[in-house]
Design a protein around this ligand. Structure first.
Ligand code: C5P
Length: 227
């Protein structure tokens, strides 16, 4: 059996990481959360005050990129990924709304993307990985053996994210989440540098009406065809 690279791209909050993690567990692959990397840079920029009038100060962010080291710990059995920023566990903090609201502008900075893509490619060298994001099939791994493009209606996505955050005991407002989902889609799809778009050879998975198990089985079948 050949080890492959699986690229999962798509809109915000449509369950990419949930599917990617269960695929990685089933196949014994490494899971890499590329969005967590952009979130980590955003958290760093917020903490260091590298924002001006609510927008990232591009020059400042770029000049401090080299201070940022992002690492992961992937626990396959628990299907749990932990993100570290310069050795500090930031997994919880990068999921907060403040980071979600500022990450898309940070992700439009070409130099930031360049650095992240370099690190993502290093991670993928050994194959046997599942990576999720926005530009994995188009830019990071254009030769990935399997590319899945996920989507679902904005309302369904916001509803899922709402329940997920509420379960964690966080105070959340549905409209604010829906707005964030739609805003991120617009920025991610409209930006100049590696916008979110389906790779020509990606297969679409609209999971509006699919259970997690159905999505997993569908993807496993697609993956096994490529192995
Ligand atoms: O996947 P997640 O929602 O955690 O990603 C957070 C944000 O990071 C996205 O809204 C997008 O702006 C950015 N991102 C990106 N390219 C990736 C992954 C994430 O621009 N490959």
């Amino acid at each position: 059996e050949k080890k492959i690279v699986i690229a999962i791209d798509g809109h915000s909050s449509c369950g990419k990481s949930t599917l990617a993690k269960s695929l990685a567990r089933e196949l014994g692959y490494v899971y890499i959360d590329s969005g967590a990397m952009y979130r980590a840079v955003t958290l760093y920029a917020l903490r260091k005050g590298l924002f001006l009038n609510g927008q990232p100060d591009r020059e400042k962010v770029i000049s401090r990129l080299k201070e940022i080291k992002i690492t992961f710990d992937w626990d396959e059995k628990a299907e749990k990924n932990t993100t570290f920023l310069n050795g500090e566990n930031i997994e919880e903090e990068i999921r907060q709304l403040e980071v979600s609201q500022n990450v898309s502008p940070v992700s439009t900075i070409a130099e930031v993307r360049h650095e992240m893509v370099k690190q993502q490619r290093e991670n993928g060298k050994s194959k046997g990985i599942v990576m999720d994001g926005r530009d994995i099939g188009t830019v990071v791994f254009p030769d990935a053996e399997l590319k899945i493009f996920m989507t679902a209606s904005p309302k369904i996505r916001a509803q899922r994210r709402y329940l997920e955050l509420k379960e964690k005991g966080l105070e959340v407002d549905f409209d604010e989440i829906l707005q964030n989902v739609e805003q991120r889609d617009a920025i991610d799809s409209g930006r100049e540098v590696s916008p979110l778009k389906k790779a020509d050879d990606a297969i679409v998975l609209d999971n509006s009406n699919l259970t997690r198990e159905e999505q997993l089985q569908w993807s496993l079948n697609k993956a096994r065809e490529k192995m």
